[in-house]
Ligand binder design. Structure first.
Ligand code: ZN
Length: 81
């Protein structure tokens, strides 16, 4: 079913929305557009996972990358922080 509020966005637009999305400060329309994009774009999906993990880390949570269900690329980024 087509949702008129959900527009197709490209990776550049998605990247702009990701930090607000992770901070839960995005609007409903932006969220839906971004989630739609994430369903079809592995690159941006991983970016969101990375931002979430980064946010948790900055929040003082200790991360154990060995138990994370993330790609090796993300693990490497986290371990380099
Ligand atoms: Zn993308």
């Amino acid at each position: 079913m087509k949702n008129e509020k959900t527009k197709d966005i490209d990776c550049r637009e998605a990247l702009k929305l990701i930090s607000a999305y992770v901070d839960k400060q995005d609007g409903e329309d932006d969220r839906q557009s971004l989630e739609k994009h994430l369903n079809s774009c592995q690159h941006c999906f991983e970016r969101v996972e990375f931002e979430k993990l980064l946010k948790n880390r900055l929040g003082g949570l200790k991360l154990d990358t060995s138990t994370m269900k993330v790609s090796p690329k993300i693990k490497r980024l986290l371990e380099d922080l």
